[in-house]
Design a protein around this ligand. Structure first.
Ligand code: SF4
Length: 511
């Protein structure tokens, strides 16, 4: 009896008779019958998940199973169980295969799913990453169910991106020379491990160490390949006038990139792009990008939605990062109504003129433009005629130039164009027709009202995935694997929406 509270005197010291507490017995073995069916009561979400997954087309998951009836080999876990386990675990914010295995041991919902069996964590971990294509099909299958239930209309799709931390530390970022040195060391270690003079060790340990070294070598090789890609993109940025920065890549997750997080900190991350149908906040498209900027992500998002549901959204609502000139033109071509803030126009800078020694009296405002003849007249009364035009960020740059013969003999040349070899030039900026139409639309009250709804719809799944599912940091590494992990999270989110909005337990349906 471990908690026998019998005492000679009452613990309250008030002179009353001794207290009598209920004893507990820990040193015993019990055998109790378990009604597995009752581990998950009717209306429990685990039943909803099992029921929904059972109605979906799981053929792609079954085709890869090698264990066949009538042939040698152990039976495998049914994909319906493994999918349901992962969805239920993600729903509860559990993203670790080891944790699910532990939960299978005692948690009633997991025990109900597995029929009181425990699924090995290797099986769970392998299943999560090895079925990307089948998982894509499953995601589409769930969208089909939600569409059939009238939860998706594609009349208005809100799109947004969210940065999720990669499974790599800030300190894992290395320069090219350091990566090469590490790779050389890893190669030497692989050779050394083959030396028979080394202390003998069990075959299992030797194999594990050899595999770990091989994987490290592969990661370092990949890091050097990624570093080359980053260097190439930096050289393009340098050509556009950006500052030179030292290139580093993570030796742990070479495909992760340093991005600005929500609270202003920088860290290795991926950019998760989510498209949400406004009707019932269902996620209709998910992708992961290595770019820290959302510019350029709108067209791929539209393609993903079309690939998943067979048609394009009628309207896309986005924040200020997305409406680039290219995106505005592309969506106009596709007939998709784009709602979002206008792309910011870079402020006019007089620095280049200052550097060339041009006096402020001869800045562009000193020249008069005649739209009829499409010419400028300079302060000396000479004309500047149209020379070239180019598109830049939603604007067309029209360049005009004075005749060199006029400028050479001009008394103002020293102040107006001291170093020119071609005659004074200036640029007139004009909006492209697409940008002008977009600007006119965004000035209407209707467009402003639609845009006000964006944050509530677009940021809801982002917050839900981070807060409820706990996807603040990826567990997996590499673009393909983190995309799969993001897909599991979004699939779970959609199934939870289905449970919330559509599912009724069988008993209620029959009643
Ligand atoms: S330098 Fe050429 S452009 Fe400038 S004021 Fe004289 S003629 Fe006009």
């Amino acid at each position: 009896m471990e908690n026998d509270k019998s005492r000679e005197t009452s613990p309250a010291g008030d002179g009353r008779p001794l207290v009598r507490c209920k004893p507990i017995h820990r040193r015993q073995l019990l055998l109790r019958p378990v009604d597995v069916e009752k581990l998950a009561p009717e209306g429990h979400p685990v039943r909803a998940i099992w029921e929904l997954v059972g109605t979906l087309d799981l053929k792609p998951f079954y085709t890869e199973i090698g264990a066949l009836e009538g042939e040698a080999g152990r039976p495998v876990w049914d994909p319906q169980i493994l999918i349901s386990l992962w969805i239920y675990a993600y729903k509860d914010g559990v993203s670790s295969a080891r944790e699910i295995t532990r939960l299978c041991d005692y948690h009633p919902a997991y025990q109900w799913l597995t029929g009181m069996e425990v699924v090995n964590y290797h099986t769970l971990a392998d299943f999560r990453i090895h079925h990307k294509k089948a998982l894509d099909r499953l995601f589409i299958g769930v969208l089909g169910v939600l569409s059939h239930q009238g939860l998706i209309s594609l009349k208005r799709v809100m799109h947004d991106g969210t940065k999720v931390k990669a499974s790599a530390a800030d300190k894992s970022f290395r320069r090219k020379a350091t990566l090469e040195a590490h790779l050389e060391r890893a190669r030497a270690q692989v050779v050394q491990r083959g030396d028979p003079r080394l202390e003998p060790e069990s075959q299992r340990v030797a194999r594990a160490r050899q595999r770990a070294l091989r994987e490290k070598q592969e990661r370092l090789k990949q890091a050097l390949t990624e570093l080359k890609q980053v260097e190439d993109s930096r050289s393009k940025a340098l050509a556009k006038g950006e500052k030179k920065k030292e290139v580093r890549v993570s030796a742990t997750d070479p495909e992760a990139r340093v991005m600005l997080q929500a609270k202003g900190a920088h860290g290795p991350s991926y950019n998760v792009q989510i498209s949400t149908d406004a009707k019932a906040k269902v996620i209709v498209g998910v992708g992961v990008s290595q770019s820290s900027s959302d510019a350029g992500e709108l067209e791929p998002a539209v393609e993903r939605v079309e690939g998943n549901l067979g048609k394009k959204p009628e309207q896309m609502v986005v924040d200020a990062a997305y409406p680039t000139q290219e995106a505005i033109e592309a969506l106009a071509r596709e007939g998709i109504d784009l709602i979002g803030p206008l792309p910011e126009r870079r402020k006019a800078s007089w620095d280049p003129l200052k550097r060339r020694g041009v006096s402020s009296d001869f800045y562009p405002q000193a020249f008069s433009y005649d739209p009829g003849s499409d010419r400028y007249t300079c302060p000396a009364g000479k004309v500047l005629v149209f020379e070239t035009q180019e598109k830049q960020g939603g604007w067309v740059r029209h360049r005009y130039r004075a005749r060199l013969t006029d400028c050479r003999v001009c008394p103002f040349q020293a102040q107006c164009c001291p170093k020119t070899k071609k005659g004074r030039s200036l640029v007139r900026m004009e909006q492209t027709p697409e940008l002008a139409a977009f600007q006119a639309k965004m000035e209407t009250e209707e467009a402003k009202e639609i845009y006000k709804q964006r944050a509530e719809v677009a940021e809801f799944p982002n917050a839900w995935i981070k807060e409820k599912i706990g996807l603040r940091q990826f567990r997996l590494r590499g673009l393909v694997k983190v995309t799969t992990e993001a897909l599991w999270a979004c699939l779970t989110y959609n199934i939870c929406q289905w449970i919330r909005l559509c599912w009724r337990p069988q008993r209620w349906v029959q009643a």
